[in-house]
Design a protein around this ligand. Structure first.
Ligand code: GLU
Length: 294
């Protein structure tokens, strides 16, 4: 079996909480138990929400927990040309189209439709800009636009069925069509989470993606992008999310204590990491049952 390579890929848009520590510890342990590599990727493509102080906080948290990582840190903001190249490839084969819709226009179109299709993330993009003529598109290219994947056309290009190997769920049949025409590049960023994460997992040689069950759904899309771009499929380990008091999922918005608070409060970081590695959670915390993802 090839050497295991895992990664921790936080977005520096806020302070990390215990759920992040749990994910990082699991990814680190999976690699280290077999002499593999554990990599760090900073997912800082969101220029308006990413902050240098959060990057500093992530590094300080990992250091406090005693989680050492291999190789140089991968900053997504430094890899924009690679994402653009991949997007160009999808454009060249006619699988990406410009989308000029505003959020309000999309919401209005969905509201006006009696049978708007829904996926796991809510109502799907209604495909308005997919139906534009080439001449209409050409005339509007000066307007702000995102790029979307023509998912139905893309599915016709790849072998069926698309599957992935999931450590918790077994063999999963990918259904990217359930997500509609996902965004490949945003109006305000030259890529999207889906495109950047797919390219970077391959570029960093990640064999095993360890991440929370909240990203299980995204893997349907990632498998399609990997196949279209001739990238290998990693194994996936979507672990249960942490819940706090009352069973609510930990998230920054729910006021979960940040790791920085625990760190400054004098908690022993390596001892916490050792507990998490054994699957023991601090009192008041539990693993959310599968399905409690948002
Ligand atoms: N950057 C994502 C986050 O912080 C995680 C991406 C991933 O693990 O695929 O939620």
């Amino acid at each position: 079996m090839s050497r295991i390579v895992t990664r921790f890929a936080p977005s520096p848009t806020g302070r990390l909480h215990l759920g992040h520590a749990y994910s990082a510890v699991r990814a680190h342990a999976l690699a280290r138990e077999s002499g593999g590599a554990f990599l760090l990727r900073i997912e800082d493509i969101d220029g308006t929400r990413s902050r240098p102080e959060h990057i500093d906080g992530i590094l300080a948290d990992l250091d406090w927990l005693g989680l050492d990582y291999d190789d140089a840190i991968n900053y997504q903001s430094e890899r924009l040309p690679r994402y653009a190249e991949a997007l160009d490839r999808l454009k060249a084969i006619g699988l990406a189209y410009p989308c000029f819709c505003t959020r309000a226009e999309i919401a209005a179109e969905i509201a006006a439709s009696a049978h708007a299709p829904h996926g796991p993330d809510g109502a799907l993009y209604p495909g308005t800009c997919r139906r534009l003529t080439a001449a209409d598109r050409a005339a509007r290219m000066d307007e702000p636009h995102a790029w979307r994947l023509d998912t139905e056309a893309a599915l016709a290009e790849v072998p069926s069925p698309l599957t992935w190997d999931d450590a918790h769920a077994g063999t999963v049949f990918a259904r990217p069509d359930a997500f509609g025409d996902v965004v490949l590049a945003r109006k305000d960023a030259p890529t999207s989470y889906h495109l950047a994460v797919t390219l970077d997992d391959a570029a960093q040689g990640v064999t095993d993606v360890v991440r929370g069950a909240d990203l299980f759904a995204a893997t349907h899309v990632h498998r399609l992008l990997q196949t279209l771009l001739d990238l290998p499929a990693p194994r996936y380990h979507h672990h249960p999310l942490l819940a706090g008091e009352g069973g609510a999922r930990l998230a920054k918005r729910h006021g979960a204590p940040a790791l920085a608070d625990l760190r400054h409060g004098g908690m022993d970081g390596p001892a916490l990491a050792a507990e998490l590695r054994e699957g023991r959670l601090p009192s008041g915390y539990s693993l959310a049952p599968a399905g409690v993802e948002d």
